[in-house]
Design a protein around this ligand. Structure first.
Ligand code: SF4
Length: 317
């Protein structure tokens, strides 16, 4: 509870009084910029739909959840709660019947208090929002993870996101009046961007009714379009110290109530090209270094909350 930012762990303890463990599952979804409906080839940084490597998306969902719960209990004991996290690809990109079937599966397990749906801003039609709101009415906590990555439209085009900044804002504003909670993903260090771009992205997120954020350093993963570009023409990536400082700058900008769910990103070493600190063995070092940086500065989350956030707060108070 002494972190200089509002972590997911602290959020869950505050709300439930105990540990809540996310159980990550993977299903054979796709996404609109892989199947050709918007584009092909996917986002340039994306490896296999950002699927957790240790999970087989062909495995029966019930078995995935059961195994995840058993593993968490072995590690943290029996007295914990669970949120089922549908992570890979776009988990709202399917028929309503299929979505209902896969979300309902989570409810068959005891001590599941919520679901967490990884998706894109342009894949949240009203019928999916209504379906998810129904789970909230049943008492579940429902998070929707919307990838933004950057608030720079030129960057979004370059990385083949196949959606705009306005799609993100529009999705947030449509979801915000509902009980669904929004978590945004951003990437720090995308090609062609500098500190001003990273902070601009953070300020946009800070000014919107978003409840959570995941901050990732750009990392180059083998077998991705970005890896091919990087191997042909290497471009500068943020080094450890640069990332730590910028991550701390972003945390200072974010409103104190935003749950910071992640401040680094990692991929198995045999798939990682660069930077080295995105290997799992450096994960805790990055987290610790960001905490130390904020302590050294004597600042914390919200110390430099953006003017638009403060304005928003004043208008709504
Ligand atoms: S990051 Fe998401 S939207 Fe982009 S290609 Fe991967 S699964 Fe599709």
């Amino acid at each position: 509870m002494h972190l200089p930012y509002f972590s997911l762990r602290d959020y869950f303890f505050k709300k439930y009084g105990k540990r809540v463990q996310k159980i990550t599952v993977s299903l054979p979804f796709t996404c609109p910029n892989r199947d050709g409906s918007k584009s092909k080839g996917g986002c340039s940084f994306c490896y296999d739909g950002s699927k957790p490597l240790r999970i087989d998306s062909g495995k029966d969902l019930k078995i995935q959840i059961k195994e995840g719960i058993e593993k968490a209990k072995r590690k943290y004991g029996e007295d914990i709660l669970f949120i089922i996290y549908y992570q890979s690809y776009t988990n709202t990109y399917g028929s309503l019947d299929y979505l209902k079937e896969v979300y309902n599966t989570a409810l068959q397990f005891e001590r599941v208090v919520g679901i967490d749906i990884g998706t894109r801003p342009d894949c949240m039609p009203e019928e999916v929002i209504s379906l998810l709101v129904d789970y909230c009415k049943k008492g579940l906590e429902v998070w929707v993870e919307l990838g933004l990555q950057s608030a720079n439209f030129e960057t979004l085009k370059k990385i083949n996101r196949a959606h705009g900044v306005s799609d993100f804002i529009e999705a947030v504003l449509r979801i915000a009046p509902t009980p669904l909670k929004i978590c945004t993903h951003i990437i720090v260090g995308l090609p062609g961007e500098d500190k001003r771009d990273f902070l601009e992205t953070a300020k946009l997120v800070a000014s919107l009714p978003v409840e959570g954020i995941k901050i990732h350093p750009l990392h180059i993963v083998k077998h991705t379009p970005l890896a091919r570009v990087y191997q042909k023409n290497p471009f500068p990536l943020l080094d450890f110290e640069e990332y730590v400082k910028i991550c701390a700058d972003i945390i200072e900008i974010l409103p104190p109530k935003v749950v910071i769910q992640r401040i680094t990103g990692e991929i198995e070493e045999d798939l990682l090209i660069a930077p080295y600190y995105c290997s799992p063995k450096y994960k805790n070092k990055v987290i610790k270094a960001v905490e130390e940086e904020l302590k050294f500065r004597g600042t914390r989350q919200g110390s430099k909350a953006s003017r638009s956030y403060l304005l928003n707060k004043a208008i709504n108070s």
